[in-house]
Design a protein around this ligand. Structure first.
Ligand code: 8YV
Length: 312
């Protein structure tokens, strides 16, 4: 008999096909009464497929007394209650590495789009403004200093991309990394004072919540830029919005927000801001690769083999 799993959100079609073939899938996101479905299937459910966006909170994990493993689509697992999973002995897997290039590309795209006003230039041409007016000059990337908050896999991939643009790299994180050529700061405000661009690339969750606060924003100052491809929770969003509205920051390139998909309307009108709907990993190839890893992990687990990318 097929192992019963709950799935909290849709997966790419090719991935869904395999899940449906290999497992007895209970589709929570399609249920008209989610709690009723959960209650009905809970006694038999041994696995879960979820995403970084939807996650699995304590209530969901505790509702499934026979749960053994959670295979999550996404590298970030801040939306999964890892403490609860540990207590319950539930294995959790994520999808690192396969999305690193795309997320780093998105970070660079947002940085350039914001500094060079690429979306505004596109609108300027499409709206027939070019024959009538001159597009305003913008800011130069080359020669700027970028401080990376969180020099993990993605942070390093961004730094490696930024270097050939003649951007000087430094980083802040919980510890200095071995074999890294870039300057390390153990103080985020000190780094923010010294750089032009704060590139946020750290994990979300309690440890990084609100790290980019008023003091960091003030240290960056009116010539400073922020790019966030990590999690909205890392930034005190109201402070960031106010600084942008009041011109106390030069701009922001944002792929992630505190309450997705709701983006503060104050940002919609600002020319200094480039917004994206959390698309860092959203290419066909990468979403397929992430889905493949979700499958490999859950198939390995229920075949009694080691999972590939274990969180706990
Ligand atoms: C996904 C992400 O969009 O990997 C992550 O942590 O934020 C993105 O790649 C997300 O996990 C899907 O919900």
């Amino acid at each position: 008999m097929a192992v019963e799993i709950v799935q909290t959100t849709a997966m790419p079609p090719a991935i869904q096909q395999v899940l449906d073939r290999e497992f007895h899938v209970h589709r929570l996101w399609e249920a008209s009464d989610r709690n009723a479905l959960l209650k009905q299937v809970a006694p038999n459910v041994r696995g879960m497929v979820t995403s970084g966006g939807v996650g699995a909170n304590r209530a969901l994990i505790e509702a499934l007394p026979r749960l053994e493993m959670i295979s999550s689509f996404g590298v970030g697992y801040d939306s999964i209650d890892i403490d609860c999973a540990k207590e319950r002995g539930v294995t959790v897997t994520n999808t690192p590495d396969v999305l690193t290039d795309d997320v780093a590309d998105t970070a660079m795209a947002l940085l350039l789009a914001m500094m060079r006003r690429i979306p505004q230039g596109d609108q300027f041409v499409r709206q027939g403004q070019w024959p009538k007016a001159k597009f305003p000059l913008t800011d130069k990337l080359g020669g700027k200093k970028m401080g990376v908050l969180g020099l993990g896999r993605i942070g390093q991939a961004i730094a490696r991309r930024a270097e050939p643009f003649n951007v000087e790299i430094s980083y802040f994180g919980p510890r200095r990394k071995a074999d890294i050529p870039w300057r390390y700061y153990d103080n985020l405000v000190a780094m923010a004072k010294d750089v032009d661009i704060l590139m946020i690339a750290c994990p979300g969750g309690k440890e990084t919540e609100g790290l980019v606060n008023q003091a960091v924003i003030d240290a960056l100052g009116p010539k400073g830029y922020v790019v966030n491809i990590a999690r909205g929770s890392v930034v005190v969003e109201p402070a960031l919005v106010t600084a942008l509205v009041e011109g106390k920051l030069a701009g922001a390139g944002l792929d992630v927000f505190a309450d997705e998909p709701n983006v503060p309307e104050a940002l919609w009108k600002l020319d200094s801001v480039t917004l994206a709907p959390h698309v860092g990993s959203a290419t066909h190839a990468t979403r397929q690769a992430m889905g493949d890893l979700v499958l490999k992990n859950i198939l390995a687990f229920f075949a009694g083999q080691p999972v590939l990318t274990k969180v706990v």
